[in-house]
Each structure stands twice: as structure tokens, then as C-alpha cells.
Ligand binder design. Structure first.
Ligand code: PLP
Length: 451
């Protein structure tokens, strides 16, 4: 573009990037990406980077996927956008029709939004209004898991339990119920996630006993708590949450924004527990990481509590300008077509096992690897000062960040969460690309921490 000679310098001058301390740019400036293809990002600096984190966990089928590109190009010539109140269009209707076949039983009413956080906001409002309109205005609170993350708007932060995102905003947030437990790596009961009797569930039971009757909904990240450091918890925990919700009349909101669309080896992660939620939120993989779109999907039972004569004012008055964007819908339809046709879930499960075994062989015995936890293609490596005691590194050492920097030098995008580095690649990644990522990851870890 005319007028800009140095992209890095112009970036520093103008752009306030998300989720980072901008001063870090002095030593580690953002890489300006020129273009991308498949698993790789290509920088204006002439280097290429293997995108093992799917660009914030959303790229599902590779960058610049030719079939998805073709779908957008076709759609943009037909209908780029239309107001979604009083109007509809074929791609949105078709998407709901196709998705219903894949969703947990009972989910059949689709509300369209812009991104993950807005789907969560809509779910919370929908759940609240449902109770209000069915004679339970005493229900005003939400319950959430420890270390939960559901986005960064005010409502979504209110059901998040991570201080990193929420603490400073505490005075602005709703006072919800956050209970303890679920740290399977550092289990206070000395158990491991494969063999425990979910002893930590007692904390959920106590919370329901005390607050169940004033609670609107319990919100969960199913099986996988991404932002907490790719924590993985046993499906039976989720099954028991469903039972508690039923007993106390609390709705269950299933936030599949990170875990859905095959990331955990099932289409939706809640399938691992064999239960259905009352409301399900999905985004990210929904559009293959191409465009912001999300869905809040619910049951007829909830939908019907809003369906009445105009004058009763029971409608769900919640809208976003870009709700149901036709380009995003036609992308999502193409994503579904590819997942089915190319047996993507089978590939995830096969390659997921391969990746985990290879990572265990390569890094499993490293002196600072505490745990390599995995589900689907996701593998998270928790780096610790001492695996024997599970003692963490002092936060100020920023071990994960240094590994990230080194990996970037080597051509691998391995953005950490604290000292947890992770693989969460596009689902159609090939074994040769996994092999390269493992090799570069090992080099980065050894360069920072030694052999
Ligand atoms: C589980 C979960 N919920 C909600 C969100 C928020 O989505 P968005 O960043 O699109 O607002 C995220 C984002 O990572 C997420 O992982």
C-alpha cells in the first residue's frame, strides 16, 4: 500500500493487538503475515511458519482452503449480507438443517451471532429470560467451573473464573457461583483423571445444594478447558453435572466454542459424556476460522417459552448487525461437507494418537515436562520446574513465552498459555507436518531449558 514503507514500524505506530502487553513488541515485534496456505503462514519477512495452534484454535481445514475460498467467492456474488430480522436466506436455513443432524438430541432452534463471546451472552440472556417467563424470576445467578473461560465481554467474563482476564473488572461483573476442583494434573486427592471417582465433584454438589434454586444455568466448557491451559477433565464429571442440573431445575449451557467441530475427536465434546445440554454455543471451527460467526442453539422447550402474541413481550430481543451473515453460513456449509466427505473425525482420532505417542517419545522424559495431556489432536505440554513435585516455574521467568519466541525463530507458531505449550492444529494436518512440528517444538524447549 502506498505510503507505508516499513510494515513492522507502522504496526507499532497504529495497532493495539489483543491479549498481549504491547511493550513486549520492543523485543518481540508481531510478524506481519503476507499470505497463508494450508498449515503455513508466510511473513512479509520472507519466513514461513507452521500454524500448529490453528490461529487461535479456529482454522479447521487449513488456510486458504480452495473449496472454502470458492464457496465465499460464489456467495459474495449472490448475497453478501441482509438484515436477519424479518428476512432470511437459504445458506442459514440449510446450515441449521445440516447441523441439527449432528447436534446432541433435542437441540433444534438456532440463534445466530457474531463471535464466541456474543454466543455466550445470548445463551445467558436466553436462559435467564426462559426462567423469567416460566415463573422463576428468583433465578438470577449462574454457576461455572473453576478455571473456566467463556469470552471477554462483561457477561462472559462474569462466568469466567480466570483472574488473568476477570479480576480487575470484578466490580463490574455479576456475582456468580464459581466452585473448586477439576485440576486433574495437580489433583488435591492425589488421583489421576483416568482412574479417579471424581472426588472433586463434592464442591459442585455443595454449590448446587446451596444455590441450586436461585441458579439460572450452569455453564461448562465440555471436557476441555482451553484457556485454563488445555486442561482435560473426565466425562463422568459432565454427566453428573447434567444430573444435578436436572434435579435442581438448572439449565445446562454447553460452550463448545473451542471444543466443538471435532477438536476432541467427537463432533461436539459433550458427546464424550453422552448427555445433551439445554443450550449449546458454537463458533471458531464453525466457519473454519474464516469469518466471525457463532450460534446459540437450544431446544423447543426453551424456544416455546418465548413464542406468544406480540403484546406479551416475550420475544427474545437480542440482535447483532451481522447475525446470520450469508458468506459465513456458506463457509460453514462447506466446512460440514468437507468434514463428512473426507472422514475428518477418523483422521483426527488416528493422527491424534500418532501425535501423542511421538510427543511422548520426544519430550515425555524431558526434565521439565510435567504432563503431556491430550484429547483428539490437542496435546498440551505443561512445563514445570520439577515434575516430581509438579512445582511451577516462577511466573516472572516467562518460560512458555521464551519457548514461543524460540519456536517462532524456528518457524513454528507455538503460542503458550503461561508455561503450557500446546498443539491444536487444523484437523486435516498431515503426519509429515506433525513430525516437523514435534521436531521444532523439541528444539525450542531444549534451547530454552536444556536437554
Ligand atoms: C470456550 C470459549 N468460549 C468462548 C470464547 C470466546 O470466543 P471469542 O473470542 O470468539 O469471543 C472462547 C475463545 O477462545 C473460548 O475458548
Amino acid at each position: 500500500m502506498e505510503g507505508i514503507r516499513n510494515w513492522e514500524e507502522a504496526d507499532r505506530r497504529y495497532i493495539w493487538h489483543p491479549a498481549m502487553q504491547m511493550k513486549d513488541n520492543e523485543v518481540f515485534p508481531p510478524v506481519v503475515i503476507d499470505h497463508a496456505k494450508g498449515m503455513y503462514l508466510y511473513g512479509t519477512n520472507g519466513k514461513k511458519y507452521l500454524d500448529i495452534i490453528s490461529s487461535w484454535w479456529c482454522n479447521l481445514l487449513g488456510h486458504a482452503n480452495p473449496e472454502i475460498n470458492a464457496a465465499v467467492k460464489k456467495q459474495v456474488d449472490e448475497l453478501e449480507h441482509v438484515i436477519f430480522t424479518n428476512f432470511s436466506h437459504k445458506p442459514a436455513i440449510q446450515l441449521a438443517y445440516e447441523l441439527e443432524k449432528l447436534l446432541p438430541a433435542g437441540l433444534c432452534r438456532f440463534s445466530f451471532h457474531d463471535n464466541g463471546s456474543s454466543a455466550v451472552e445470548a445463551a445467558m440472556k436466553m436462559a435467564f429470560q426462559y426462567h423469567y417467563q416460566t415463573g422463576h424470576s428468583e433465578r438470577t445467578k449462574f454457576m461455572c467451573l473453576p478455571e473456566s473461560y467463556h469470552g471477554e465481554t462483561i457477561g462472559a467474563l462474569s462466568v469466567g473464573s480466570l483472574d488473568l482476564y476477570a479480576k480487575i473488572f470484578n466490580p463490574m461483573l455479576m456475582h456468580n457461583i464459581h466452585f473448586d476442583g477439576l485440576d486433574c494434573y495437580r489433583c488435591p486427592y492425589g488421583k489421576d483423571r483416568e482412574h479417579c471417582d471424581i472426588e472433586c465433584f463434592e464442591s459442585a454438589e455443595k454449590a448446587f445444594e446451596k444455590y441450586g434454586k436461585e441458579t439460572v444455568a450452569m455453564i461448562v466448557e465440555p471436557i476441555l478447558q482451553g484457556a485454563a491451559g488445555m486442561r482435560i477433565y473426565p466425562p463422568k464429571y459432565l454427566k453428573k453435572i447434567r444430573e444435578l442440573c436436572d434435579y435442581y431445575g438448572v439449565l445446562l449451557i454447553d460452550d463448545e466454542i473451542a471444543a466443538g467441530f471435532g477438536r476432541t475427536g467427537k463432533f461436539f465434546a459433550i458427546e464424550h459424556a453422552g448427555v445433551s445440554p439445554d443450550i449449546l454455543c458454537t463458533s471458531k471451527g464453525l466457519t473454519g476460522g474464516y469469518m466471525p460467526m457463532s450460534l446459540t442453539i437450544t431446544t423447543d422447550k426453551i424456544y416455546n417459552a418465548f413464542y406468544d402474541d406480540y403484546g406479551t413481550h416475550k420475544a427474545f430481543v437480542h440482535s447483532h448487525t451481522y447475525a446470520g451473515n450469508p458468506m459465513a453460513c456458506s463457509i460453514a456449509l462447506t466446512v460440514l461437507k468437507i468434514i463428512k466427505r473426507d472422514h475428518i473425525l477418523e483422521r483426527v482420532n488416528e493422527n491424534g494418537k500418532y501425535l501423542h505417542n511421538e510427543l511422548m517419545k520426544t519430550l515425555g522424559h524431558h526434565k521439565n515436562v510435567g504432563e503431556i495431556r491430550h484429547i483428539g489432536l490437542i496435546n498440551a505440554i505443561e512445563l514445570v520446574a520439577d515434575p516430581g513435585t509438579k512445582k511451577a516455574f516462577p511466573a516472572e521467568k516467562r518460560v512458555g513465552w521464551h519457548v514461543f519466541r524460540k519456536a517462532m525463530d524456528l518457524g513454528l507458531v507455538l503460542r503458550p498459555m503461561g508455561d503450557v505449550i500446546y498443539f491444536n492444529p487444523p484437523l486435516n494436518i498431515e503426519k509429515k507436518e506433525l513430525d516437523l512440528a514435534i521436531k521444532l517444538c523439541r528444539e525450542a524447549v531444549i534451547s530454552v531449558l536444556g536437554e
